[in-house]
Design a protein around this ligand. Structure first.
Ligand code: UDP
Length: 240
């Protein structure tokens, strides 16, 4: 990976926004199909691919809670949003001939498998794409943390953080600070200490603790997900 050849097994974190394309809400089918094409291409080349899918294109618990709704309840509703995205991605991948299993952290037996670690690993070994939905199954957490957790427990080599509107990790917000500098590489601890925008701190500290490298890249760049899975040097590498 990261310039040293393709990954054996990788987890891609796809936020809800990544599926939205330029729409204000929901899923853009053209964007969805393009992401499915890229994932299928990497699978065909031998990469074992897991996906942690977000739900911010439908619902964000913290934002909804600002309107007065109980936060934990709002978060459970947010987890359901991630399942909608997972089903859409599953369908798009299957239409391209990929074999897919969706596993949810909240059981919803008629719709998807429950999360079972050893079964997920087995699917990956067989070349099936495994989509992890419903985050961690706990409120007050994020699908970034679910991505970190699943990447670690299913023994992925890397966590590929697909970002919207930014192509890596900068020393300041490039949208606000002209001349903000992009890192080629940064350590986990420096990213935490400097509060760099990689992912939420729970997820990031978990990756540090368990030596999980992260690649932060722009999901909208042509073939970005495929290139990230192939191990091209793109975006910013966050590692020890
Ligand atoms: N969520 C949660 N626990 C989790 C993962 C997600 O409660 O482990 C809820 C939370 O309300 C969150 C929503 O699901 O706002 C959508 O997930 P997230 O914000 O991570 O999606 P993304 O920003 O990646 O689209």
């Amino acid at each position: 990976g990261h310039g040293r050849g393709r990954y054996r097994r990788a987890l891609v974190k796809l936020s809800g926004e990544a599926l939205m394309g330029s729409r204000p809400f929901g899923i853009d089918p053209v964007t969805l199909n393009d992401l499915a094409r890229q994932i299928k291409q990497a699978v065909d080349e031998g990469v074992q691919v897991a996906v942690s899918v977000g739900g911010g294109n439908f619902w964000r618990g913290a934002t909804v809670a600002e309107t007065g709704m109980d936060r934990a309840t709002a978060d459970y509703a947010g987890m359901l949003g991630t399942i909608m995205n997972a089903l859409a991605l599953q369908d798009a991948l299957e239409k391209r001939g990929a074999v897919v299993r969706t596993q949810t952290a909240l059981p919803i037996a008629q719709v998807a498998e429950p999360y079972i670690r050893r079964r997920a690993i087995r699917h990956l070994e067989k070349g099936r794409v495994v989509i992890f939905a419903a985050g961690t199954g706990n409120p007050f957490m994020t699908t970034d943390t679910a991505g970190a957790l699943r990447a670690i427990e299913t023994d992925c080599e890397v966590l590929l953080m697909a970002k919207n509107g930014v192509d890596g990790v900068y020393d300041a917000d490039p949208a606000k600070v002209p001349g903000a500098k992009k890192f080629e590489h940064v350590t986990h601890i420096e990213a935490i200490q400097r509060r760099l925008q990689v992912m939420d701190i729970t997820a990031l500290s978990m990756c540090m603790e368990h030596h999980m490298p992260i690649v932060v890249f722009d999901v909208a760049a042509p073939d970005a997900v495929y290139r990230a899975l192939r191990g091209d040097t793109i975006g910013t590498l966050v590692s020890a």
